[in-house]
Design a protein around this ligand. Structure first.
Ligand SMILES: O=C(O)CCC(=O)C(=O)O
Length: 307
């Protein structure tokens, strides 16, 4: 379904202006959307996973751990394949309150793609450099978005998500270095072409939802605060928009229809894009691992590549 067709349908949750803003900017913040009941359930999972991580000393299929992680002082960068790690996370991913909100931006038929929970630990939790999401998991069209929910109040000093408004309508960047290695980030050369003086910060109280278009250039800086910044991120596509390469972190639920009906036709929006590595052959750990392995020297104190 094309963006205009999505906008012609009556909204379920959002007002029409908010939907239009999403298509104009490439992201949308919905402050405090997820209520206390769900937040309590999700935070209970976070607490349980932190306890479980104490027995783990190296990153595995579930935990992406920071180098200084220990039993005494856990430091989890990411819970991988989140919906596979706890039934509550899958229950949330297809809860009507979530998929109805997603349907306001993708259309009534929605497919689940993947999920993760980024912790961004206190006192130095990693930056994420400027990147677009779709180069890691190309689809037949751009009707793909990430639904993120902050599980705690999130302020500027905690390294919230930031985006460059309108960049989802611009260049599709290749996220490889000059030697052909996947970096998961834009090169400094490409960043220099972007209006990085127009950064929009996505903060909000616990339960705030951020919806990120798969092409919008976004990032987040180091968490310099004493509080971590747990952010659950689930990716959805319009049901008629299909992945054209293996997912980096496929879950048991990847490809499941979570709302509406199976389509009869595919939505193609042809574009030339560089193919990502064959994740099913080379494996994928996380954006933190890819970005820090590739270009650590280019991360500035603010967490973004230098202009
Ligand atoms: O957790 C963050 O701050 C950024 C996450 C992100 O953009 C990603 O994982 O693609």
């Amino acid at each position: 379904m094309k963006d205009e067709q999505v906008l012609e349908r009556s909204p379920l949750v959002l007002d029409q202006r908010s939907r239009e803003r999403y298509f104009e900017d490439g992201f949308l913040v919905v402050p405090g959307y997820v209520g206390t009941a769900w937040l309590d359930r999700l935070r209970a999972v976070v607490a349980a996973k932190i306890e479980e991580s104490r027995a783990v000393s190296a990153s595995d299929d579930q935990f992406d751990l920071a180098p200084d992680h220990s039993a005494e002082k856990p430091n989890i960068r990411r819970l991988r394949k989140a919906v596979d790690q706890h039934p509550e996370l899958w229950a949330f991913a297809h809860d009507p309150s979530v998929v109805d909100l997603v349907a306001d931006l993708l259309g009534p038929d929605v497919r689940f793609h993947s999920s993760k929970l980024n912790f961004k630990w206190s006192d130095g939790g990693d930056a994420v450099q400027w990147h677009q999401d779709i180069p890691a998991w190309p689809h037949t069209s751009f009707s793909v978005l990430t639904f993120g929910v902050y599980l705690d109040d999130t302020r500027s000093e905690q390294g919230p998500l930031v985006a460059l408004p309108g960049t989802h309508r611009g260049t599709l960047f290749e996220q490889f270095d000059d030697a052909g290695r996947w970096t998961g980030a834009l090169s400094a050369r490409d960043v220099a072409t972007l209006p990085t003086d127009r950064v929009a910060e996505m903060c909000g109280p616990a339960g705030t939802v951020v919806m990120i278009h798969c092409r919008v250039v976004h990032a987040s800086s180091v968490n310099n605060s004493a509080r971590f910044r747990p952010l659950l991120l689930n990716v959805y596509s319009a049901a008629d928009t299909l992945p054209i390469t293996p997912a980096p972190s496929p879950t048991k639920r990847t490809g499941v229809l979570v709302r509406g009906q199976e389509p009869l036709h595919v939505h193609w929006d042809p574009y030339e894009g560089r193919l990502p590595p064959r994740w099913d052959q080379v494996g994928y750990r996380s954006i933190f691992a890819a970005q820090s392995a590739a270009r650590p020297a280019e991360v500035t104190a603010a967490g973004y590549p230098p202009p």
